[in-house]
Design a binder for this molecule. Structure first.
Ligand code: AGP
Length: 610
């Protein structure tokens, strides 16, 4: 989704903005632009296409002068990706420039009002309305802070905005509502950005802005105001990621680097929380009494985070015996879910900024549920609004296709399930101890599995030209199949579906033809014979069978064309290992096909619109 960066400092702004936008490229975009205050007026450049087009247009920023500026990568919502629809949008007089992430829901009413006042519009975007609205209110009051307060009162929807005013050549303005915006406090440079990655080169001191907070940034000063124009103080957080955490570090793709980082990420997520044979969860306030009071658990999330929830349903029901429903966030609040104070809602999100998940969480809170969030990005909206937060210490995840965030989310689900089981007394102490031990062994088992990546690479080289692929599994393997299928289609553009093994013959089996690839997950010990029968059914209709099984279990070898073996762990934890060959397979298939792996077409890393 759109990325914003703004800079006020002692250096030329344009190269800083271009570098910052490069860090935000991973979010997904189709055009880019920058605007800079040169002392007397605003200079700007924008273009459809990749950042390189803008780099060439501005000769790496050399043609746009000034030390205060704003930049933007656009992921089209209103109007096609084009030069004219790219941000920044400049007001009719040329005195104001605006970059925007989000959607202005009442832009048509505002546009009609502004057209009536004589304003004209060049683009099809909702954002251009903001540029003219700023000009309109500034013309009325002549004060930029008051103008900011007024536009916040008028705009409906979601926004993170960076705004330049030519009358104030030493500063720029920013504000957010329901779209992410972080403030960075450096030495001789203050910045805003959609996330911390563009500012790590300048500072690790950041402030997370709350809704409708207005910021005025100068090179040597930052002031934050509320919607009434009253000054407010913000808490400063020091980020412990360094620049290298968000760099490729010699790998060809972020996705591959992130796949290979999973043992360390898992270690970081688990180790501090397993102390002397006990699970110690930070920022977790659910007592035994409160837990006993929950009659239902909802897990709500989108995409891969939802797939972690699908595993979580099996795991939490097994360990707590509390009924669990897993819901897609964009559906949840529109189906009038039954929520009350006896409901625990677990929301899962890597970014903590997914618009649908935020909206579902707010609905859950409004109706009285307790919200526990599993989040990767520190200080994100979900992390700040949930009642309890458990962070996945995966570090920055840059590839659009999630891997290490998925694994660490899963690890947090396990920790939570075992903690709940301990509080509720639903699992014998020896069984819990066995799970703690097995959890601690996972990073090392992952390590040994990843060392066999060439085997998967070879399989991918034989199978990458398939047009349609099915993933099947039962129980936890079905939940993992959902993720394997999504991973493959999002980066390789191969059509793929995941099915519960027993469900195929109720319709989908009609799609199986000679040579159709069916990836069969057979790592759930208790159901291997069942899934083997389902595999036989598709094999009999011509499918090519690639199986994933647990080392030492030879049953699938009797039917499959090829088997990849994963190390054995306890059944509930097995998804942590089963998912790895699927991530690698997707990666190698996409690589064989020459796809844009880190930034697949049409996709965005952080989906900040509904
Ligand atoms: C997974 O590879 C995706 N890119 C996507 O499905 C993602 O998991 C989803 O958009 C949810 O994002 P979140 O975890 O940041 O909320």
């Amino acid at each position: 989704m759109c990325g914003i960066v703004g800079y006020a400092g002692v250096n030329e702004a344009a190269p800083v903005l271009l570098k910052g936008l490069e860090k935000l490229e991973y979010r997904g975009y189709d055009s880019a632009g920058i605007a800079v205050l040169n002392g007397r007026e605003i200079e700007f450049a924008k273009a459809a296409g990749k950042l390189q087009v803008l780099r060439d247009l501005t000769e790496e920023g050399a043609t746009v002068h000034g030390r205060i500026g704003i930049g933007h990568t656009r992921w089209a919502t209103h109007g096609e990706p084009s030069d004219v629809n790219a941000h920044p949008h400049v007001s009719n007089s040329g005195r104001f420039a605006v970059v925007h992430n989000g959607i202005i829901e009442n832009y048509q009413q505002l546009k009609a009002m502004l057209l009536g006042k004589g304003f004209t519009f060049l683009s099809q975007t909702d954002t251009e309305v903001i540029a003219q609205l700023v000009e309109y209110y500034y013309g009325k009051c002549g004060d930029m802070l008051e103008t900011m307060c007024r536009i916040v009162g008028k705009l409906e929807g979601s926004y993170a905005l960076g705004i330049l005013c030519a009358d104030q050549p030493d500063r720029f303005y920013a504000v957010r509502k329901d779209s992410p915006l972080v403030l960075g406090l450096g030495e001789g440079a203050n910045l805003v950005a959609s996330d911390v990655s563009p500012m790590l080169a300048y500072t690790q001191r950041v402030c997370y802005l709350d809704d409708q907070e207005i910021v005025v940034l100068q090179a040597d000063n930052v002031a934050v105001y509320d919607i009434n124009g009253e000054r407010i103080e913000k808490e400063v957080t020091v980020i412990d990621w360094d620049v290298s955490a968000a760099e490729k570090g010699g790998y060809e793709h972020f996705m591959f680097k992130e796949i290979m980082e999973q043992p360390q990420s898992l270690q970081k997520t688990i180790s501090p929380r397993l102390q002397d044979g006990e699970i110690v969860l930070d920022d977790f306030h659910i007592t035994r009494e409160r837990l006993e009071d929950f009659r239902k658990i909802y897990i709500v999330a989108c995409g891969s985070s939802y797939h972690v929830g699908a595993v979580g349903k099996y795991v939490l029901e097994q360990t707590t015996r509390i009924p669990v429903e897993v819901d897609i966030a964009s559906e949840f609040r529109y189906r009038n879910p039954i929520i009350d104070e006896h409901t625990l809602m677990i929301v899962i999100s890597q970014s903590g900024e997914t618009a649908d998940t935020i909206a579902a969480m707010r609905e859950g809170k409004r109706q009285g549920s307790h919200v526990l969030a599993i989040v990767n990005v520190l200080g994100s909206t979900i992390a700040r609004e949930a009642d309890d937060v458990l962070y996945t210490w995966a570090g920055p995840e840059i590839a659009v296709a999630t891997t290490k965030a998925y694994s660490t989310q899963l690890a947090v689900i396990y920790l939570l399930a075992l903690k709940f089981a301990e509080l509720l007394g639903t699992m014998a102490a020896e069984e819990r101890a066995a799970h703690y031990q097995a959890l601690q062994q996972l990073p090392q088992q992952m390590e040994s599995l990843l060392a066999e990546k060439e085997e998967i690479q070879f399989m991918a080289s034989q199978l990458y030209n398939k047009h349609s692929i099915f993933f099947i599994g039962r129980n936890l393997d079905y939940a993992v199949a959902l993720e394997g299928s999504l991973k493959l289609k999002e980066i390789s553009y191969i059509h793929s579906e995941a099915y519960a093994g027993g469900e195929l013959k109720h319709g989908t089996i009609s799609l199986i033809e000679q040579g159709t690839l069916v990836v069969t997950l057979a790592t759930h010990d208790a159901l291997v014979d069942k899934i083997k029968s389902n595999a036989e059914e598709v094999k009999a209709r011509g499918a090519y069978l690639l199986a994933v099984a647990v080392r030492g279990d030879e049953r699938m070898a009797e039917v499959a064309d090829a088997v990849f073996y994963v190390p054995r762990t306890l059944p509930l934890l097995q998804p942590s290992l089963t998912v790895l060959p699927l991530q690698l397979f997707s990666y190698y298939v996409a690589s064989q096909k020459g796809c844009s792996i880190d930034q697949p077409k049409n996709l965005a890393k952080s989906v900040t619109v509904e």
